[in-house]
Write a protein that binds this ligand. Structure first.
Ligand code: ADP
Length: 476
C-alpha cells in the first residue's frame, strides 16, 4: 500500500474516532439534560396531583370516616381529565397495593409499587411498544394521605419526543460525520500527495540511478527532514558518481596498459622468433648467424629489462613507504658518481643542503631515470642541470635539459606505461616507455607528483617536491 494512502487512512481513522466520540458525547449530553428536566417535571407534577387529591379528599362529606373506593375513583377520574391534550395517565392503588383506578392507556406494570412507601417518591423510564411504535414514558409513584387512608398514585408522562430527538441527533451527526470524512479525505489526499512528493522524487532518482544514469539528482523541494534526506542522497550520489568515474578510468587505464603491453611484447617476440627460425631452418654463414644471434640477444635483453621495470612498478604500487630522513647532499653525491663516466653530456649539479624524508633507493631510481631521459633527449655535448632547492611546501629537485622537448599534447601521456613520444627513437635507445610510469608511482608514495615543463626544440624540465617532514604512510 502506498505511503500516502496509509497516511490518509490513518488520519481518517483518527478523524472518524474523534468525530464519533465527540458526536456521541454531545448528542447524549443534550438527551440526558432533557430527560433529567422531564423527570423533574414528572415528579413535580405527581407531587402536585397528590396534593390536589388530598385537597379534594378534604371536601368529602363528613359521614365517611375513611375515604371510600368510589370517592377515590371519582377524584381520580377528575384529576385524569385535568391533564393537557387527552388527559393524564394515572393509576391509584390502596395501602395493600391493590389497584383502585386505572386510566385508559396506562400500560405500565406494577413494578414501581413495591419500591415506594409513604415517605418516598420513585420513578423509572419505561419503554412501551404500541402498534410497532416505540414509546417512552417516565413512570412515577408517590403516596397520598387522604382521610386516614394511604394511597399510591402512579403517573405516566410521555418522553418519546426526547428519545426521538436523540435518534434524530445521532442520525444527523452520522450524516455530518460521513460528509466531513469524505471532505477530509479529499483534503488529506491532496496534503499527503504534497507531503510525499520528496519521497516520490527520491524514488525516481533511485530508479534512474539503478538504471545507470549516475548524473541524475533528486530535486530538493523542502527544507525539512525529507529535504535533508534528499541533500544527503544527492551527496551520496555525487560520491558514487566520483567512485564510478574513478573505477571506469582505472578499467580504461588497465585496458590501455594491457593493449600497450601486448604491443610492446609483440615487436621483440616477432624479431626473436624470426631470427631463431632463420637460424634453425637455413644454413647461414658465420657472420649472418652471429648477427641473428645478436638480434635475439638484444631483443631478449630488452624484454628482460621491460619485465624488470614492470616488476618495479608493481612493487612500487604496492609498497608502503618507509621514509627515512636523508641528506640531499648524499643523493647528489650518488648521482655525481653515477654519471661521472657519462661522455658527451655536461651534467651540472647544484643544490641547497637540506634533509628530506624519502626512501633513498627509490628516489635515486627516479633521479637516475630522469637524468637518463634527459641524456637521451639531448644532443652530443648538451647540458643538463640537476638542481635542488628548498621551497615553501618542501624541497624541489629539478632535472632540466636543452634537448628535443615534448609536444604539449603529449606531456600528460608520457607518464603512462609504454607511452613513448617517438617510438622508434625511444626503442633505438633501449626505451620501453616504462621509466616515467615507475617514477610517478614512486613519487606517489612520497606524497608528490611529477611536474613537466617542456617546449619542443627548447628542452624539458622534470621536477618534483619532496617532503621535509615525516607525513606518515602513503595510502591510495
Ligand atoms: P623510456 O624508457 O622510453 O625512456 P619513459 O617512460 O622514461 O620511457 O619516457 C617516456 C617517453 O617520454 C620517452 O619515450 C620519450 O619520448 C619521452 N621523454 C621522457 N623524458 C624526456 C625528455 N627529457 N625529453 C624529451 N622527451 C622525453
Amino acid at each position: 500500500m502506498k505511503f500516502s494512502i496509509k497516511l490518509v487512512l490513518s488520519t481518517m481513522i483518527v478523524l472518524a474516532l474523534a468525530l464519533g466520540f465527540s458526536g456521541f458525547y454531545f448528542v447524549n449530553y443534550v438527551f440526558e439534560t432533557s430527560l433529567d428536566r422531564d423527570v423533574g417535571q414528572a415528579l413535580d407534577e405527581s407531587s402536585i396531583l397528590s396534593f390536589a387529591f388530598e385537597t379534594a379528599a378534604l371536601n368529602v362529606p363528613l359521614k365517611y370516616s375513611v375515604l371510600p373506593d368510589s370517592v377515590v375513583e371519582e377524584i381520580a377520574s377528575k384529576l385524569e381529565m385535568g391533564g393537557q391534550s387527552g388527559g393524564r395517565l394515572l393509576r391509584i392503588a390502596d395501602e395493600e397495593k391493590n389497584v383502585l383506578y386505572t386510566s385508559d392507556g396506562f400500560t405500565a406494570d406494577e413494578g414501581l409499587l413495591p419500591q415506594t412507601d409513604q415517605h418516598t417518591k420513585s420513578y423509572r423510564v419505561i419503554h412501551v411498544q404500541d402498534d410497532d411504535q416505540d414509546n417512552y414514558y417516565i413512570h412515577t409513584c408517590v403516596s397520598i394521605n387522604a382521610l386516614d387512608r394511604i394511597l399510591y398514585l402512579e403517573t405516566m408522562k410521555s418522553v418519546t419526543e426526547v428519545f426521538t430527538e436523540r435518534a434524530l441527533g445521532f442520525s444527523l451527526y452520522r450524516k455530518v460525520t460521513v460528509v466531513m470524512l469524505l471532505t477530509g479525505m479529499v483534503i488529506m489526499l491532496f496534503i499527503a500527495s504534497l507531503l510525499t512528493k520528496p519521497i516520490r522524487l527520491l524514488t525516481k532518482a533511485t530508479k534512474r540511478m539503478a538504471a545507470g544514469d549516475y548524473t541524475y539528482r533528486a530535486r530538493q523541494i523542502s527544507q525539512d527532514e525529507l529535504g535533508q534526506l534528499t541533500r544527503d542522497f544527492n551527496r551520496m550520489a555525487n560520491a558514487l558518481e566520483d567512485n564510478i568515474c574513478k573505477l571506469e578510468e582505472e578499467i580504461e587505464a588497465r585496458e590501455e596498459f594491457m593493449g600497450a603491453f601486448a604491443h610492446e611484447l609483440k615487436t621483440p617476440l616477432t624479431a626473436i622468433i624470426g631470427y631463431a627460425d632463420m637460424l634453425r631452418s637455413h644454413k647461414m654463414d658465420e657472420e649472418k648467424s652471429i648477427m641473428s644471434a645478436n638480434y635475439i640477444y638484444t631483443e631478449g635483453k630488452r624484454l628482460e629489462a621491460m619485465s624488470f621495470r614492470l616488476l618495479d612498478i608493481i612493487v612500487a604500487k604496492q609498497e608502503e613507504a618507509d621514509l627515512q630522513e636523508t641528506s640531499v647532499g648524499e643523493l647528489f653525491e650518488y648521482l655525481r658518481e653515477m654519471f661521472a663516466e657519462k661522455k658527451g653530456i655536461d651534467i651540472r649539479f647544484a643544490h641547497e643542503e637540506a634533509m628530506v624524508w624519502v626512501e633513498t633507493n627509490l628516489i635515486k631510481t627516479v633521479l637516475v631515470n630522469l637524468i637518463d631521459n634527459a641524456c637521451k633527449a639531448s644532443e652530443i655535448n648538451g647540458v643538463i642541470e640537476v638542481t635542488g632547492q628548498a621551497v615553501e611546501n618542501g624541497y624541489r629537485i629539478a632535472v632540466k635539459d636543452y634537448g628535443i622537448g615534448i609536444p604539449e599534447a603529449e606531456q600528460h601521456k608520457i607518464v603512462k606505461a609504454f607511452y613513448m613520444v617517438d617510438k622508434s627513437r625511444a626503442r633505438s635507445k633501449n626505451g620501453a616507455g616504462l621509466g616515467l610510469a615507475l617514477c610517478s608511482e614512486i613519487l606517489k608514495i612520497h606524497h608528490s607528483e611529477l611536474q613537466i615543463d617542456s617546449k619542443v626544440g627548447e628542452g624539458s624540465c622534470f621536477s618534483f617536491v619532496l617532503p621535509v617532514e615525516n607525513r606518515g604512510t602513503y595510502e591510495e
